[in-house]
Design a binder for this molecule. Sequence first.
Ligand SMILES: *Cc1c(COP(=O)(O)O)cnc(C)c1O
Length: 405
Amino acid sequence: MTLDVKALRAQFPILQREIDGKPLVYLDNAATTQKPQVVLDAIIDFYTTTNANVHRGAHFLSDEATRRYEKARDDVAAFINANGREEVIWTAGTTESINLVARGLGQLLKAGEEVVVTEMEHHANLVTWQQACKVSGGTLKVAPIFENGELDVDAFSALLNDKTRLVAFPHVSNALGTVNPIKELTAKAKAVNALVLVDGAQGIAHGGVDVQAIGCDFYAFSGHKLFAPTGIGALWGRKSVLENWPVWLTGGEMIADVTYQDATWGQLPNRLEAGTPNIAGVIGLGAAVNWFSELDLAAVQAHEQALLASAHEQASAIDGMRVIGTAPKKAGVMSFMLGNAHPADVGFILDRQGVAIRTGDNCAQPLMKKFGIPGTARASFSIYNTLEEVDKLYDALRKANMMLA
Ligand SMILES: *Cc1c(COP(=O)(O)O)cnc(C)c1O
């Protein structure tokens, strides 16, 4: 099975753009992915034909908007194999999903109880738990990684004990590309009765996420890294856990009965969703998961691995290039240093060649400090990238190397 990348690319209008007369080579997919026409159409169609608030109106448009909005919940629930639609909570994205859980945990955690994360966390899956520990007197433990960016699973296991209340780790590291053994880590955390949150921001677009098979309690992700709009994402949570989780946002839609002095909460999923939601974003996310689901998953994964393999292979031929993150199991993310050049200078020169990459701390300052670097340049691949584009990345890198020498 191979992916028809040419046909795929034709569905992404933005990929036809030129930057400074050069075809855009978009290699910043770990920051956000581009959107196919079907997703753009779904959003425009919603505003053009159906715009109304959901759940409120006793009128035709409101009913239709509600139907489309709740259909997207069914589609996302099916996409991740949730055990019911009420397990899918809409949020603004991964960051908000993790905050929802961490704010609740801050109320539940007792002094002396522990939260375990890893050294490869995005700030969204680190600062949140730090703060939850601070307000509750809990302790944050950080599982180390090896020099190649792989998690030290034995050291991770050694941190778990009967005080461990919650364990959080990324499915895929945005900075290193490492794919974590999430089922194995979850099983270890479950053996000490800890709750498990998987940061799925990068994992979701690599396909085949089955939350029941993972065995975790929470899986957080963003739409915009999965070909959907920004400002929408989801928290999947196990029903038995979500039902009793402390509410974070209060207001309209999430209540049952309200008096001037008190209120009771409604049923899932509404109990954890306050206010008018991002209706068009939800509909866009539904369109994106349906579109993505039609692709051949094995071909998607094989294509991503082919791009990564070519990128890794060509790195060794570039003088002074050092790839940060060489774990045996990686997704399509390659962070690197080019000699002693500052990553921002590398990014600038690549940009002049039409090649878009990320430069900076990758939202992982402690991890960068561990590697003794200020940040990295990072090329990250998606399904619509081609091997020719990887070659163009290296043409541009050779040029950068000459200019920065
Ligand atoms: C992007 C990302 C986040 C944050 O996602 P937002 O969409 O910015 O909320 C968290 N963790 C990882 C691993 C990410 O890649």
